[in-house]
Each structure stands twice: as C-alpha cells, then as structure tokens.
Design a protein around this ligand. Sequence first.
Ligand code: CO8
Length: 257
Amino acid sequence: MAYETLLVETRGRVGLVTLNRPQALNALNSTLVAELNRALDGFEADPGVGCVLITGSEKAFAAGADIKEMSGLNFPQTYLDDFITAWDRVSQRRKPIVAAVAGFALGGGCELAMMCDIILAADNARFGQPEIKLGVMPGAGGTQRLTRIVGKAKAMELCLTGRMMDAQEAERSGLVSRVIPAAELMAEAMKTAETIASMSLPIAMMTKESVNRAYETTLAEGIRFERRVFHAMFATADQKEGMQAFVEKRPAGFQNR
Ligand code: CO8
C-alpha cells in the first residue's frame, strides 16, 4: 500500500523510512503516525531486515506534532482517543532503530528521535522541547526520556524555556552518539545501520533489550537480566560461528541475518 507522508524502502538489510511532509517541516500528524507504525510493522515482520533507519529532510527531521491538527482538540477527545499513545509503539520495536537527524527535531520530533536506539546528528541539527511556548508540555515521553538522557538540570531548562540546543551541545549531553557533517549524514547513518544489520539478528535484538533494561530496573536486576541473556546466547549457532570465525581469522557468517 502506498504512503502519503513517508518514503519507505529496503536497502540491503536496512529498512529506510524518510519522513516526507516537506511543506510542514515533517510535522507529525495522525496519518504520519499511522503510516510510520505500518512501515515499522512491515520491517519487524521481514526477516530480511536487520536494522531500521529513520530520517527526515536536510531542513527538518520533524518540527513536532502537527500543531494545526492538534489545536482544535479538547480534553475528552484526547482522553477517549488516547491521543499520542500510538506513538509509543516506536519505542516498543524489537529490532534496532537508528535516527539520522538533520535540521529541526522539536517537540514530538525530538521525542520520536529519543524513541529510537541511536541518534546520529548532522552538524546543523537542533533539538528542543518548545511545547511550553504553545501552552502545553511534552506529551510523547519528552519530560521522561530527555531527563534520563541529559539529566534534570538541562531537561528542566529545555522544557521550561523551550530553548533549542545545537548538535554539539546534544552530543556533549549524551543525547546523540555522534555529530556528522550534514553532507555525509546519510552515508554515515547507512553505514551504521548496515553494520548493525550484518550482525546476528537475534543477538542484536537481545543486546537492544538488555541495554534498554538499564532504563527500567535497578542495577542488580539489570545485571542479572544481562547475565541470563548472555548465558542463553551460548545456545545459538551464531555464538559458535562468531567465536570460531575469530579463531580462524575469517569474517563470521552468521546464520540468523
Ligand atoms: N505543526 C504544523 N505545521 C508546522 C509545524 C508544526 N509543528 N512546524 C512547522 N510547520 C509549518 C509552518 O506552519 C509552515 O507552514 P506554512 O508555510 O503553511 O505557513 C511551514 O511548516 C514552514 O515553517 P516556518 O515557516 O515556521 O519555518 P521557519 O524556518 O521559519 O521556522 C521552526 C522553523 C522554528 C521549526 C518553526 O516552524 C516552528 O517553531 N515550528 C513549531 C515547532 C514546535 O513548536 N514544535 C512542537 C510542537 S508541539 C508537540 O510536538 C507536542 C508533542 C506531543 C507529542 C505528540 C507526538 C506527535
């Protein structure tokens, strides 16, 4: 089925989603959310996809929820429709997701990037939670994920003032893993996604699950979880192959990829 707000393609083992509402700086409306979930459903179900890459345009990853669509909502509608909850499905995906962010990642756009597993930023990227200027606050995890990632002081400042931070500040504060010259962003992001997709898929998925556990539980519980999953990996053919390939000084040929 065709997409109205996205470009969706598979490049090798990478599932690529490009947000495509240039007239609205990729503002996230309900059609886009539904289409993004549909695209991600497809990639999750496709054994040929080992990693997903989400990107926007050079000017905007996404300038937030669609304010024009949202402005007329009232409380009973938001409550009855459970407005925004569908967004969270992005964070519940099991395959690794890389976000390649150029330009604005604001409000829901910043929140969408934070639902991904790795954020790579172009040097022109700008991140912020400006909802307070609209008379609301972040509603798709911004007050929670941003605080855990950058700490209370910076999260509080960004959410209370609506100030944007540039790519360098975002890297310094741990929001993005790397800053890349804008012209090279997509090539670098594809390289990262291809590298992840070349690994054993179940091992990559278990690794993602284990890192995410660090956000959900105590250190002792997280370590216990990691140990159990690590032990289970010795039941896979890919562990045998990965270690044997190292010993034989050759590239690993993982079964599950
Ligand atoms: N919603 C709808 N339309 C938008 C949005 C948006 N968030 N952002 C930009 N646009 C539209 C503009 O209205 C304009 O359309 P038109 O040409 O028809 O007037 C077009 O995109 C281009 O925008 P600008 O002319 O404003 O471009 P500038 O380069 O001058 O400015 C900015 C770029 C600074 C990014 C500016 O557009 C801006 O401030 N945008 C709004 C940013 C914002 O407040 N984002 C937060 C939105 S609220 C939110 O995300 C709540 C999260 C709750 C979770 C929901 C999950 C989806």
